[in-house]
Design a protein around this ligand. Structure first.
Ligand code: HXC
Length: 513
């Protein structure tokens, strides 16, 4: 072929690879694979790889369907001038389904990201394993999963669900650190409603089965839910700004951005916790007053709302925040909130993000549901994750720290570097009302006025729970005036900056799963 003919062929192939049938996507209220990349990355920063790769299969009509690019666009680009690797599936090409070559493109991207210590973002819009390519497509998923697992804890991995994420396509989000979903557009499931009906007879819809609401509120498989792709990609960019490039780097500091927030006394913090011991309040009020203004990025907002987790800035330093939420179930730890905390803590530890607990917790949730559902196994994850974490770990007890939840969230013996308390804090095996019923049972039963005796004993017992008693024993390092919280925390985290912890050699621990 002449140079001219070769150039013409190149032009044709580029056109074939770029043809995204945008009208099909737009009719479904979806963006195209390239529009999504453009929204996510800094303008003009995207560099594409492998645009001419195509399937090697011809059976079952594949000879007429295969196209340059094989249904996925891969490459690298920048977010706020920081490099990121990316893949974006194109549903308009064989349903974004994953065949052998499609998988190879994704594996190549993760591999390069791993070698260069760069985060990966996968944009998923796929019918799952490409049926025509049979086991080769299943093996494709196998190779992606293996690469993702090797990259886990080395580089941050984010999945954005903006279409079906069916079958095998649901496990790459399943393995990612953070999953973003767009409401009524993203749907993630192992088997669709038709298969479910034929196997079990159950009738369901795509939305009920795997919509953004289901996964962000009920299953916890999604960390973020948005009402539009535009908002979703903006928030991916925001999360990215809190993360280091890899496990050998510290997260970026954002000094200067919040310079209007002075290290002055904050009297607001004296008014948030109600005088009545059992009255709920919103922990977000405390979060808002402690961290740099508007810096809190909540993760898993709709899931297990009895605990709040997220990333926030303290004088520009990124911190991982874990805070039981007193206004939901009094902030108890249960199965779902334990999973939520443990996964978050392990991410922070892997990526050098220091941890701060804001604690007001009455304990682990009692009940048959919880015991039969395995609260022991799930609750143990919280103990394991915090104990294992070698990043600076600080706990601030605001009001209650009772029982197993005290151990998990505040015990210096579990490895917290500093435990501090507000003066009203109480530390105990359990609340006074429950405790006196056990240790004074005989006296209360024998008393003329049982109720009065019980109340007196409870009052007496409460005095022993004060954090001033705990401070005498060194269980609490210091007790601070709430108005000085921010200043004290800044000093503590600064003192822990160079923390190093040696670990005994082992293949890996065995976290209860
Ligand atoms: C090959 C596929 C495909 C797939 C979709 N297509 N999924 N081709 N393999 N897995 C093709 C369709 O044949 C169609 O081609 C085009 O993509 C668009 O699909 P439609 O069905 O027209 O689109 P829509 O109505 O929007 O429905 C989307 C969908 C549906 C709900 C995702 O396509 C679907 O149910 N697909 C199968 C989902 C699934 O069960 N995946 C699991 C695969 S098994 P034409 O040429 O007609 O335009 C798997 C194994 C791993 O992944 C399991 C681990 C647990």
């Amino acid at each position: 072929m002449s140079i001219k003919e070769n150039l013409k062929k190149l032009e044709e192939k580029i056109k074939e690879a770029e043809d995204l049938k945008s009208e099909i996507q737009h009719q479904k209220g979806k963006l195209t694979a390239r529009e999504r990349i453009a929204l996510l990355l800094d303008e003009g920063s995207f560099v594409e790889f492998d645009p001419f790769v195509e399937s090697r299969f011809s059976q079952f009509g594949m000879d007429k369907k295969k196209l340059a690019g094989d249904g996925v666009i891969v490459g690298f680009g920048k977010i706020d001038s920081r490099q990121v690797y990316i893949y974006s599936q194109d549903f308009t090409k064989i349903g974004g389904s994953l065949g052998e070559m499609h998988a190879k493109k994704i594996v190549n991207v993760i591999d390069l990201a791993l070698k260069t210590g760069t985060p990966v973002i996968g944009i998923i819009d796929s019918g799952g394993a490409r049926i025509q390519e049979g086991v080769a497509s299943l093996d494709g998923y196998g190779s992606i999963f293996q690469k993702m697992i090797k990259a886990s804890g080395v580089i941050p991995q984010i999945a954005v669900i903006v279409g079906p994420s069916a079958g095998g396509a649901s496990y790459s989000p399943g393995l990612a650190d953070f999953v973003f979903m767009v409401d009524k557009i993203g749907q993630m499931y192992i088997t669709g409603p038709e298969v479910i009906k034929s196997v079990t007879g159950e009738e369901t819809s795509f939305e009920a089965l795997g919509g953004a609401e289901t996964h962000s509120r009920t299953s916890g498989c999604s960390h973020f839910k948005f009402n539009s792709e535009e908002n979703c990609f903006l928030e991916v960019r925001r999360l990215f700004s809190y993360l280091p490039q890899n496990n050998l780097e510290d997260p970026p500091t954002k000094k200067g951005l919040f310079s209007d927030f002075f290290e002055k006394e904050n009297l607001e913090l004296l008014n948030i916790i109600p005088e009545e011991e059992k009255k709920g309040y919103d922990i977000q009020q405390v979060i808002n007053e402690v961290f740099d203004k508007n810096s809190f990025l909540e993760i898993h907002k709709d899931f297990a709302q009895n605990v709040v987790v997220g990333l926030a800035l303290l004088q520009g330093q990124v911190l991982g925040v874990v805070a039981p939420q007193p206004k939901v179930l009094a902030g108890v730890l249960d199965i779902d909130s334990s999973d939520k905390i443990a996964r978050f803590v392990r991410f922070c530890d892997a990526f050098n993000i220091s941890l701060l607990n804001l604690v007001d917790v009455p304990g682990y949730l009692p009940g048959t549901d919880q015991e039969q559902g395995g609260i022991i196994r799930h609750g143990a994850k919280v103990l394991y994750a915090f104990s294992e974490a070698s990043v600076p770990k600080v706990s601030l007890i605001l009001r209650k720290a009772f029982g197993g939840a005290y151990i998990a969230l505040c015990s210096k013996h579990l490895g917290y570097d500093k435990v501090i308390a507000w003066p009203s804090a109480q530390l105990a095996v359990m609340g006074a009302e429950q405790a006196v019923k056990i240790i004074y049972r005989k006296e209360i039963t024998a008393a003329k006025d049982s109720k009065k005796t019980e109340a007196e004993k409870a009052e007496e017992f409460k005095k022993t729970l004060s954090c001033f008693e705990a401070a005498k024993l060194g269980q609490v390092d210091t007790i601070i005036n709430p108005k000085d919280t921010r200043k004290v925390l800044v000093e503590i985290f600064s003192s822990l900056k160079n923390k190093r912890e040696a670990k005994a050699p082992r293949k890996h621990g065995n976290i209860p799963l």
